[in-house]
Design a protein around this ligand. Structure first.
Ligand code: NAP
Ligand code: MG
Length: 490
């Protein structure tokens, strides 16, 4: 049964600060639009810089008492959140469809990954503790305690709004931090206020989590530079990430940055072509290509190039496009006009510079046809830019050395995939590709709650998931105990 308290199409006209749903009053409205139907589904108030200040103050004030709760208390709240994710699974799936244009497979995968990291985080309170180190000083004990960092600011994007908010929020709360979350303007409910509702219902004490929807250009600087901020957990584009990281660093807050990607899918001539194309279709077209770890470029050996292009084109043409609330549709809408226009421009420019449009290239409203571009080179617009669309430029290579050179010829280093018949060869390629994550005989879209997730080069700094995120959200404190009277030299 659907419960409108947990779906985007409910009533959300409030901010969530210090455990209270704060009325819109004279604040601006953010209209939440269903990108498939272009209807306004609900509206939320835009937080002001004063709201951001109050949110940080509330998080800082609530944090130490929360951190002092015994581990079973903190774990219990996060476990209750997991139960709510199960109970409201269909509400969350529906919200992902209407608010972020997610087809069923993507919405389900997003719910599942969010649930995975929340369940993993529920273990953190018991895993935190610390260490004991022998001392060089006679009669001394060295204790090393693991403590929360303090206040974690979270800024998240619209493409996987629920998961990319939750992967920071749940671990931060579990580890005893206070949190201020600013979701993307296109997805303020499923990336923001819905998390507030879940943790409120789960019994989280007031003030520990605060949610302030608002435009990045209005309140982003305040989010990143607030003096109470200790960790800035940002997921989004590299340009904005650099600005946010430098503002956070100004106050010596730790930047945890998950940024853009330009992920290559490398296919050698001895690869299983069926498997390589199956992977390619999923990795390029899941969520219309609006995934930081989706395939941005297909690098294919010249001996199998024509056949690969032909099969990929056939598969791209077979994908049903339309409103994702119809479960048969695989390709939903692009989030907004700006994103659509930019990706169509990349396609047009790429064709002008000599590539062949095998299929696609057109849009009907916000629905962009799955697009395959052959005879592409690495410097063409659809290849060298993070296109964030259902667009597959296919670039030929002649040997492994060239494949690696092409793969690494980008400022980014987030994810990659390699298909090769010989596993040793695949491993050599995976080793040589500069990326935080490389998947052999698969495609790059993978995210598991116990495995470190993140990029190198301009794709960011720090890692999510597993032990890595617990390390980022905690700090060590050394307490020593001198058991015997110490002998000083003077
Ligand atoms: P974006 O424009 O950088 O926005 C991300 C977030 O930053 C949004 O909440 C946005 O708010 C906010 N923001 C905008 N300007 C800001 C400012 N000056 N100060 C502080 N915050 C500001 O990215 P996007 O278009 O939403 O998402 C697409 C990008 O995210 C792609 O580059 C993609 O690769 C990357 N991404 C990376 C990962 C990863 O794990 N590495 C995952 C998903 C996405 P508004 O919405 O109000 O503008
Ligand atoms: Mg943006």
């Amino acid at each position: 049964m659907s419960d409108s308290a947990f779906t985007t199409d409910g009533e959300w006209n409030a901010l969530y600060i210090d455990g209270e749903w704060v009325d819109a009053d004279d604040r601006d409205d953010i209209a939440v639009e269903n990108p498939a139907t272009r209807e306004t589904v609900t509206s939320v108030p835009a937080a002001t810089e004063d709201d951001v200040d109050r949110a940080y103050e509330a998080a800082a004030a609530a944090q130490s008492e929360w951190a002092d709760q015994p581990p079973n208390e903190r774990a219990g709240v996060v476990e209750a959140a997991v139960d709510l994710l199960d109970e409201h699974r269909d509400d969350i799936l529906r919200s992902l469809s209407v608010e972020s244009g997610s087809a069923n497979a993507k919405a389900f995968a997003e719910w599942q990954t969010a649930r995975g990291i929340t369940a993993r985080a529920a273990g953190f309170p018991f895993e935190m503790g610390g260490d004991y180190k022998d001392s060089m000083i006679p009669g001394k004990d060295n204790q090393v305690k693991q403590e929360p960092m303090g206040v974690v600011g979270v800024i998240s994007p619209w493409n996987f709004p629920f998961h990319l908010s939750m992967r920071a929020v749940a671990p931060a709360i579990a580890a005893g931090n206070g949190v201020v979350l600013k979701p993307a303007s296109a997805t303020p409910v499923v990336g923001g206020l819905l998390l507030a509702r879940i943790f409120e219902e789960a019994g989280l004490p007031e003030g520990v989590l605060n949610v302030v929807p608002g435009s990045g250009s209005d309140i982003g600087d305040r989010m990143a530079s607030h003096p109470e901020l200790d960790v800035m957990a940002f997921t989004g584009s590299t340009d904005v990430g650099k600005r946010v990281a430098s503002q956070a660093a100004e106050n010596l807050a730790l930047p945890a940055m998950e940024l853009g990607g330009n992920n290559p899918h490398v296919v050698t001539e001895d690869a299983d072509l069926d498997a390589a194309v199956d992977s390619a279709v999923f990795g390029s077209f899941l969520h219309q290509g609006q995934v930081c770890i989706s395939i941005n470029r297909h690098l294919v050996h010249e001996d199998v190039y024509d056949e690969y292009v032909e099969r990929l084109t056939e598969r791209a043409e077979s994908l049903p496009v339309g409103d994702p609330t119809d479960r048969d549709n695989v390709i939903g809408p692009i989030i907004n006009e700006d994103q659509r226009d930019q990706m169509l421009d990349y396609v047009e420019t790429t064709v002008e510079s000599g590539a062949t449009l095998e299929t696609g290239g057109e849009a009907d409203g916000l629905f962009v046809e799955p697009t395959v571009l052959s005879d592409a080179t690495n410097d063409m617009a659809a290849a060298c830019n993070e296109h964030f669309g259902p667009i597959a430029p296919v670039v030929p290579f002649s040997d492994d050395e060239e494949a690696v050179e092409l793969a690494n010829d980008t400022e980014y280093g987030l994810a990659a995939s390699v298909h090769a018949g010989d596993l040793g060869r695949a491993h050599d390629l995976a080793d040589a590709i500069d990326a935080g994550m490389v998947h052999i005989n698969d495609q790059p879209i993978n995210d598991e709650p116990h495995v470190p997730f993140g990029g190198v080069k301009s794709s960011g700094m720090g890692r999510y998931n597993g032990d890595a995120i617990l390390d980022e959200l905690t700090q060590e404190k050394w307490i020593s105990v001198q058991r015997e009277k110490r002998q000083y030299p003077f």
